[in-house]
Design a binder for this molecule. Structure first.
Ligand code: 3PG
Ligand code: MG
Length: 401
């Protein structure tokens, strides 16, 4: 199966609906990281350059079908206009009078951004008919569809899954680029293939861990989820994050890794803090001896070295999830160490290194690390993980059909 691309569409003078992922973090109306808007620019520019009338649609946050002022895309329209170097009209609704009016008045080469798709209950509805009815109204705004919202392709939503079934469609450049990277990670990756997983919850990553254990040479586990692994090995973790209900599952992973000869590498020391705070008093302790009244907030110095050594001969690396509470400077060292090990391995090591979206991409930027130090920084955390889990992603399936 393959996807049609922009080259396969004749867009001149036609209305093209682009599903983008413009889900950026906001502090009030201020965009704190515009990475996803930047990543959406090339496809939009290609379309305006080819004389299309471009109708961009996207979501922001999780307003759950309710019009919610703080989730308006208006600030995003402004920033998109700056990056495109041209005015971007903003429709104050998704498929209503404002949207239709804006689309009517578009000239060739002009752009409008519709209000947050998730203000409409039809967008995320689990009921096929409800979702389809909304998709028809959205599709009615345009003649062609371009799927470019990689970060949302794992969602079976109207704008992602249903609209491409209603209009001639193609994948945008961002989706094509992201899928190429994921293929390289899944189709005969160069070995050693090492995956680094972190983040708070092991329950978010069960599916991907199960699948990765059949693919990788090494799995390094840090971050909040590591404590459930340490506990599963029989160690006390004090007041660290722990998902008791996942212990059986995690024991299963430990057995499976041993059986398959996959090296599952856990922290050997942690920064144990008296409380969850930026200035919390803390000390380095062995991962097997976390005091009962303390919680681990980062991997320790010996673990940083251990993880770096496990990356030092890697030819392929995928990393998703911070190693500690990187938002607090005192607990950002582990995440920084892993990022730096990846950068070293990309440069002199010649490895193919991928940062898998979400918090890890934000961490790279927040820590001031060079984005071009990695082979690829994905715009989609959840989407990448579901792809690596081996799932069929609704948005990609619809584009392939
Ligand atoms: C993301 O932020 O991961 C994507 O934009 C998808 O958003 P969602 O997780 O709210 O569906
Ligand atoms: Mg997400």
């Amino acid at each position: 199966m393959s996807m049609r691309t922009l080259d396969d569409l004749d867009v001149k003078g036609r209305r093209v609906l682009v599903r983008a992922d413009l889900n950026v973090p906001l502090d009030g109306e201020k965009i704190t990281d515009d990475g996803r808007i930047q990543a959406s620019v090339p496809t939009i520019t290609a379309l305006t350059g080819a004389g299309a009338k471009v109708v961009v649609c996207a979501h922001l946050g999780r307003p759950k079908g309710q019009v919610t002022a703080k989730y308006s895309l208006r600030p995003v329209a402004r920033r998109l206009g700056e990056l495109l170097g041209q005015d971007v009209a903003f429709a104050s609704d998704v498929v209503g009078d404002s949207a239709r009016g804006c689309v009517e008045s578009l000239q060739d080469g002009q752009v409008v951004l519709l209000e947050n798709l998730r203000f409409e209950p039809g967008e995320e509805s689990k009921d096929d008919a409800t979702r389809r009815a909304f998709a028809e109204r959205l599709a009615g705004l345009a003649e062609l569809y371009v799927g470019d919202g990689f970060g949302a392709v794992h969602r079976k939503h109207a704008s992602v899954y249903d609209v491409p079934q209603l209009l001639p469609h193609a994948a945008g450049g961002l989706v094509v680029a992201e899928v190429e990277v994921l293929k390289r990670l899944t189709q005969e990756p160069e070995r050693p293939y090492v995956v680094v997983l972190g983040g708070a919850k092991v329950s978010d990553k069960l599916g991907v861990i199960a699948n990765l254990l059949t693919k990788v040479d090494r799995l390094l586990v840090g971050g909040g989820m590591a404590y459930t692994f340490l506990k599963a090995q029989g160690h006390e973790v004090g007041r660290s994050l722990l998902q008791e209900d996942q212990l059986d599952q995690v024991r299963g992973f430990l057995d499976e890794a041993a059986k398959r000869g996959v090296e599952l590498v856990l922290p050997v020391d942690v920064l144990a803090a008296v409380t969850f705070a930026a200035d919390a008093e803390h000390e380095v302790v062995d991962a097997t001896a976390i005091p009962a009244d303390r919680e681990g907030l980062d991997i320790g110095p010996r673990t940083r070295e251990l993880f770096a050594s496990k990356l030092a001969d890697a030819r392929t690396v995928f990393w998703n999830g911070p190693m500690g509470v990187f938002e607090f400077d005192a607990f950002a060292g582990g995440t920084r160490a892993v990022a730096e090990a990846l950068i070293a391995q990309t440069g002199s090591g010649g490895a193919f290194t991928v940062v898998g979206g979400g918090d890890s991409a934000a961490a790279v930027r927040r820590l001031g690390l060079p984005e071009d130090g990695f082979s690829h920084i994905s715009t989609g955390g959840g989407a990448s993980l579901e792809y690596l889990e081996g799932k069929t992603l609704p948005g990609l399936a619809a584009l392939e059909a």
